[in-house]
Design a protein around this ligand. Structure first.
Ligand SMILES: [Zn+2]
Length: 382
């Protein structure tokens, strides 16, 4: 059976003792990560190559003997730190990322643990268990932690693979990874939509719908700016400075949440209402847009919209088609096909077709053209 991995984020409400243990575990995994990163670097300097992840795992018990406090936390989390170090190296070798960095208090406020299954005297046992009825999650070493989230869920369908426990602005979260069976509905092409991605309106559909960038995120951005001004006026390492820093962290989290909700709302609706979704290939145009958008106050990464659309389409057996970005979607009249080179200028928001006289909204016209290109592509593939 085909399966998919889904992540569920729950807000944790640990007791003071549990908080202490979470913080300690985060500290220990950070220590292990940094220790073995410098180990790898030193090995490389000495011998021109470094140990494999598995060789390093073999050295872990020795390290725990040397630093006994490492044995007080979930041992699985320490191994996971080594796997994530290995991943960081792999991403470096495949040029996806830069060289692995040492973790400090600003990066690396989380740890991962795997769900370990055992059977003992005919009783099966799992190291991670979620009880939705009583709102309690069992985690290694921490035992039962209260949580909130997914009010309508009664259980996970499928197997829990792992959990990442995270501290963000003094709040605690767990992200539970679940392997779920994938049951695909039959693909029936009934509705097709073209999307033009923009800056002010993040998505313009060929049904003439414009999804505006949320104003709430603008307000939060303004607030962050104000707080940062306050921060620069504070004395270093003062109590006030710490408070403002925390406020900034929380505001950033809020901003992230607003964006996340916006992206999910929009993509849910698109995938629910359409069977084929067409958008432009983002590679270069997307990069250019990201670049210019980084300067603007409201930047929702377009690549993130694509990523979310991609997996939602996969889960629901819908088609996401990407058309060539060189196709002049903005300049072509969606009614008669006339190509109007003057529209290249991005400041032109609406134009009248010199050939057929139809008045076009720049973005809606582009999204209709994108839809037609996608339709051609789909029909040709049959
Ligand atoms: Zn025309």
């Amino acid at each position: 059976m085909q399966t998919i991995l889904k992540g569920y984020i729950l807000r944790l409400y640990p007791t003071d003792k549990q908080k202490e243990l979470i913080n300690k575990t985060i500290g220990c995994t950070r220590f292990v990560y940094n220790h073995f990163l410098s180990d790898r670097i030193n090995d490389y300097k000495r011998a021109g190559k470094s140990k494999s992840c598995y060789d390093q795992i073999k050295k872990l018990p020795g390290l725990c003997k040397e630093y006994p406090w490492l044995s007080e936390v979930d041992s699985c989390s320490l191994r996971s730190a080594l796997f994530s170090l290995d991943d960081a190296y792999k991403r470096f070798y495949s040029k996806q990322n830069g060289f692995p960095r040492f973790k400090n208090k600003d990066i690396g406020n989380s740890y991962k643990t795997n769900n370990i299954k055992n059977t003992y005297k005919d009783k099966s046992y799992e190291s991670i268990k979620v009880d939705f009825k009583n709102k309690i999650i069992a985690l290694p070493k921490l035992k039962e932690v209260k949580f909130r989230g997914y009010r309508n869920k009664t259980s996970f369908i499928g197997n829990i693979k792992s959990a990442v426990i995270r501290r963000k602005a003094n709040k605690y979260y767990v992200s539970v990874l679940v392997e779920e069976p994938l049951i695909l509905p039959e693909f029936i092409p009934r509705s097709i939509v073209g999307l033009d991605l923009g800056i002010k309106d993040i998505i313009i559909t060929s049904f003439n719908e414009k999804i505006e960038n949320s104003l709430a995120s603008l307000e939060v951005k303004k607030r962050i700016k104000g707080l940062q001004k306050g921060l620069s006026r504070c004395k270093p390492s003062s109590k006030n400075r710490y408070k403002i820093k925390l406020k900034i962290q929380r505001a950033y989290m809020k901003l992230k949440n607003i964006r996340k909700h916006l992206i999910h709302d929009v993509t849910n609706k698109l995938v629910k209402e359409n069977d084929i979704i067409v958008m432009e290939n983002l590679n270069i145009r997307g990069m250019y847009q990201l670049h210019s958008m980084a300067k603007s106050l409201t930047n929702i990464p377009l690549s993130e919209i694509k990523r979310v659309l991609e997996y939602k389409c996969n889960w629901q057996n819908k088609k996401l088609l990407t058309i060539n970005r060189f196709y002049p979607s903005s300049q072509t009249c969606s009614v008669c096909g006339y190509q109007n080179k003057k529209v290249k200028d991005l400041s032109i928001r609406s134009w009248e077709c010199p050939k057929c006289g139809v008045l076009h909204d720049r973005d809606v016209n582009a999204s209709i053209n994108i839809m037609f290109e996608g339709l051609k592509m789909y029909v040709n593939s049959l």
